[in-house]
Design a protein around this ligand. Sequence first.
Ligand code: ADE
Length: 258
Amino acid sequence: MEISVLTIFPEAFQIITQIGVIKKAIQKQIVNFEVLNLRDYTTDKHKVTDRPGYGGKNGMVMLAEPFYRFYDEYLLKKGSKPYIVMPSPQGETLNNQIALELAKKEELIFFCGRYEGIDERVSRLVDKKISIGDYVLTGGELPAMVIIETLLRFVPGVVGSQESVENDSFYNGLLDYSHYTKPAEFRGMKVPEVLLSGDHKKIELFRKKESLLKTILKRPDLFRKKDLNEEEKDLLIEIIIELYDRSFGKNDKENFDD
Ligand code: ADE
């Protein structure tokens, strides 16, 4: 997979190429990652990439020309059209589904804007605008890094265990279960007994129940969208019975109708 980023701050991307998942993906040659300086595609000697916006009162706008020059050169060099993403507060909000789709692309390009944005005519080159949330950052560099990290987790071989990706929050429409490591007791807080039992089936069911319960309590909006399978329905019934028994005692159920 090839990922290229077009930005006036190439150095900002050192943070993701020098640590963690993306560094590993580059080292393993799963991803060819290239950061390009937008100034190299300007035509004037001062390498200007922005000008005051037409209409007044709305600050600096990034010029269309350097983006189009990059695009023309890329097409000439590669011969194929890349998939172009522009981080933008006006885009679709990033989620796992979008990241999974991006992870399937062979050649991805990120156009990073600054200031008030990029000349609207650049949108013609863009396949997808993506927002990372309902707040505004001063540029597209951090959102691009967030999007790249999110999609790379779905590229086979990037994350050590595919199982851990599939158990992560949101992957199956639920929040992740809790994680613990040694010691089994820390400052009076104990790791749930079942996790120490070595009984893998029991552990799996315990974790699935925890995921369901966490999602209901913390993200009811996610839970509403979730299509429950038969096992999940059974687990929900168990959760309700356990909670009922804990609150009212085991023998009280017969009197429920009274
Ligand atoms: N650029 C500025 N704010 C942004 C956001 N929330 N998401 C994506 N790109 C942005």
